[in-house]
Design a protein around this ligand. Structure first.
Ligand SMILES: [Zn+2]
Length: 166
């Protein structure tokens, strides 16, 4: 569990994307940023609700990226989503929904996205429900997310096969 492909789903703020890439690199992952923007399909749009259906979006994202030689494909999605979920995962793919983070400062948004990126990678690796002081304890909403540390505990690191030396 080491190679992560970072994809912007519609245009994402560059500084935000770079911050997540650096953060994951510091945490021992090998990170590549996909050079193109993945444009969401209008077929995932629910016109009566003014937003995208998250599972339909995830399906089209999965169809496009499933075959890529990465352990995790992490999409950062700056589009309106009809449900309040913060992220969605399927197989080795994850989408993080920026617009569902509350309207806070850029720094706070980045801090939350860092935690969500670690969490979704851990979830894909089957590390959910850790009882230690660890991001993998899980969260129901942004307020619980804010209380979690932005790191894995030693047990989870070992299971992910990453270490402080990278
Ligand atoms: Zn843990």
């Amino acid at each position: 569990m080491k190679k992560v492909l970072l994809v912007q789903v519609n245009k994402v703020d560059k500084s935000l994307l770079n911050a997540i890439s650096s953060f994951l690199t510091e945490n021992g992952f090998s990170v590549k940023t996909y050079p193109e923007i993945f444009h969401v399909s209008v077929t995932s749009y629910e016109w009566d609700k003014n937003g995208y259906n998250s599972s339909s979006l995830l399906d089209s994202f999965a169809k496009r990226f499933y075959g890529y030689p990465y352990d995790v494909v992490l999409g950062i999605a700056d589009v309106p989503i009809v449900t309040p979920s913060l992220f969605a995962t399927k197989d080795k793919l994850a989408l993080l929904f920026i617009r569902n983070l509350e309207d806070v400062s850029m720094d706070k948004t980045i801090e939350r996205l860092k935690k969500m990126s670690l969490f979704s990678i851990g979830k894909i690796a089957g590390l959910e429900g850790c009882k230690n002081q660890c991001i993998m304890r899980g969260f129901k909403d942004v307020h619980e997310l804010d209380l979690l540390p932005n790191y894995y505990c030693e047990d989870c690191k070992a299971r992910l096969n990453i270490n402080d030396e990278g």
